[in-house]
Design a protein around this ligand. Structure first.
Ligand code: AMP
Length: 595
């Protein structure tokens, strides 16, 4: 089948030609004709199936270029997806004169988004929160919308956007066409389809098997500078006998190889710049089992055909989810078992979520093995080895006969000698320290329905609460949408008058604090940071003493009166309070302690 057989207009066919797509993918083949005929469509298909084109083409064809108003509204869960779809729509609309698109999402300034709306953009791709904001401000008018698209509807429901979706849809003309896309089907998705679509054409595209079930996929949250040590620990624990390590650049490949060689392991590298003869030699050496580890870039590893790699390590997360699949496909071949270990850092959470969506599995989070655990495992392995040897009958060597040492002492000395000789000294890494974890709260003032129960959580503090009319779903939207928090990583949210407390998984807390250090919610600028708890301060004035004063409670979003306008008394009291906030004990006591 060709694109032209689908009844697509010549301008879009020309753009498809420029994009270089030769034939439609199954979802495009099945969804475009009914959508072009004006029917509602439900597409159950995953990322990578070509669904963006499947809904963008009919939506673009329904646009009247002479009408400078929003005619297509596409709701998506994240800003990354909004931007990505917008780019694709712009490419498809290359030869459609007078047709333009804009991505609107929170966490970015209103200016450019408003400018596009004022210019008369016809195709809007947005996250629900910002779409509602602009609709309520009267900036996003929806009277002319003829196509509603919901992309990754399952993700939107998971993120708590159901109510927002319903609020947006209530403002749209009833005569519109709905194109509904979701990777999975569930009861809530089914109910939403019933609510939004009329006699839709349902298309289901089976997800191709991305990874083999015999490959165990784990993720370690580990800072970059600890990664070579963690790699060494995998070898020390006996978990990697023949490993293939992937890095994104030649420079990192070289750093890993140098670091591992300095630790005494048999490793070598494979990268694109090496002459073919040298590459062949390295591959041969790896094939014959002379190397513990081979470190490679994606391109260099292309020609590598080795069946018994027991572990693939993603030293860095690949930027493209497809590369992840190619990388881990090097292990668990021919029915063997294999392990894929992926190192991630603070900035990798949204990319990891994208990879997980792409492969359709949640990767298992594991804690990095501490130096203590590695040491225990090594000693146990040594005992096993000794027992194995002891099982075979050996004659006592001549040199050990007639020694005047108790056998126990001798055994002990030999064991320690072996430990000292055979074991590489472990280097301490920050991951060896226990994580600072806050206990999950027992009860909540305003529990968020269906908040996932987190096994471990860190409490975050947001300096806005009920006085700003913030609701749990606003916070959930902020964390998932603008913060890029992976699904299920946000737990209980409690909203107080001036602040809110949010339980999140320890792995995502640093990333959220970094991304949302300053952010906007319900139109107010607020700050998110790790909660520092209460300060014991018996000296605080009555009201604060009674309720306990939070160290980091501040009402930054309120305009402060300039200092010089404060009365002398207030100034002094204010200064004193700040000091007490920073130092939990009194000035007198502090002087005494520091003397
Ligand atoms: P999507 O599922 O929309 O995220 O698309 C996944 C990728 O497939 C995107 O990079 C598209 O550019 C690409 N793509 C979409 N349709 C086709 C097609 N018919 N042929 C080849 N690639 C396509």
């Amino acid at each position: 089948m060709t694109f032209s057989e689908l009844g697509i207009c010549p301008e879009i066919l020309e753009a498809i030609d420029v994009l270089g797509f030769e034939s439609p993918s199954p979802i495009q083949e099945q969804a475009i004709p009914p959508a072009l005929a004006g029917r509602d469509v439900v597409g159950l298909s995953h990322t990578g199936s070509g669904k963006t084109l499947a809904f963008s083409i009919p939506a673009l064809e329904g646009i009247d270029p002479g009408l400078a108003s929003v005619q297509v509204l596409c709701l998506v869960p994240t800003r990354e997806l909004a931007v990505q779809i917008c780019r694709e729509v712009e490419k498809l609309a290359l030869f459609l004169d007078g047709v333009s698109a804009v991505a609107i999402y929170g966490g970015a300034s209103f200016g450019p988004q408003l400018a596009a709306l004022h210019r008369g953009v016809q195709f809007v791709i947005g996250t629900p929160g910002r779409v509602i904001d602009l609709m309520e401000q009267g900036e996003l008018r929806t009277e002319q919308v003829n196509t509603l698209i919901l992309d990754e509807a399952d993700e939107m429901l998971d993120m708590g956007f159901q109510e927002d979706i319903e609020r947006v849809v209530a403002q749209l003309p009833a005569s519109r066409r709905t194109l509904f896309f979701s990777a999975t089907m569930s009861a809530p998705i089914h109910a939403l389809i019933e609510e939004l679509a009329t006699e839709p054409q349902t298309i289901e595209i089976e997800r191709p098997v991305m990874t083999v079930p015999t490959c165990e996929q784990v993720v370690y949250d580990v800072i970059f500078s600890s990664r070579i040590e963690v790699l060494s620990r995998l070898i020390e624990m006996g978990r990697m006998r023949r490993g293939l390590v992937f890095a994104n650049t030649k420079r990192v490949v070289d750093d890993v190889v140098d670091g591992m060689l300095a630790r005494g392991y048999a490793v070598d590298r494979l990268h694109g710049d090496m002459p073919q003869t040298l590459r062949e030699r390295v591959m041969d050496s790896f094939r014959r089992g002379n190397l513990h580890v081979l470190v490679a870039t994606d391109i260099a590893a292309r020609g590598l055909d080795i069946d018994d790699v027991d572990t693939v390590v993603n030293f860095e997360l690949p930027r493209d989810p497809e590369d992840y699949v190619h990388r881990i496909g090097r292990t668990a071949r021919a029915g063997r078992k294999g392990r894929a270990v992926t190192f991630i850092g603070r900035r990798d959470f949204s990319l990891l979520a994208r990879i997980e969506r792409f492969v359709g599995t949640r990767l298992t989070r594991e804690k990095v093995m501490t130096a203590e655990q590695v040491e225990t495992a090594r000693r146990e392995a040594l005992v096993d080895e000794i027992l194995d040897k002891a099982a075979a009958a050996h004659e006592l060597p001549e040199e050990l006969r007639d020694l005047e040492v108790e056998p126990d002492k001798l055994l002990c000395a030999m064991f320690h000698l072996l430990v000292d000789k055979g074991h590489r000294e472990l280097q301490p890494i920050p991951e060896d320290r226990p994580a600072r974890v806050a206990a999950a709260p027992k009860s909540t003032d305003s529990p968020r329905e269906q908040a996932p129960r987190l096994q471990e959580s860190v409490r975050l503090f947001l300096n806005g609460g009920k006085l700003l009319h913030i609701r749990p779903k606003d916070i959930a939207g902020l964390l998932y949408n603008e913060g890029g928090a992976p699904k299920g990583s946000v737990g209980d949210i409690r909203i107080f008058a001036k602040h809110s407390l949010i339980e999140v998984s320890p792995e995502v807390a640093p990333m959220l604090c970094e991304r949302l250090a300053t952010c906007r919610i319900c139109g107010y600028e607020v700050n998110l940071r790790e909660d520092r708890g209460y300060v014991e301060s018996p000296e605080l004035p009555g009201e604060h003493r009674r309720r306990g004063y939070r160290e980091n409670e501040s009402t930054d979003y309120r305009p402060r009166r300039p200092r010089e306008k404060r009365s002398g008394y207030r100034e002094e009291r204010y200064a004193g309070r700040r000091e007490r906030e920073e130092h939990p004990f009194s000035r007198f006591e502090r002087r005494r302690r520091y003397r």
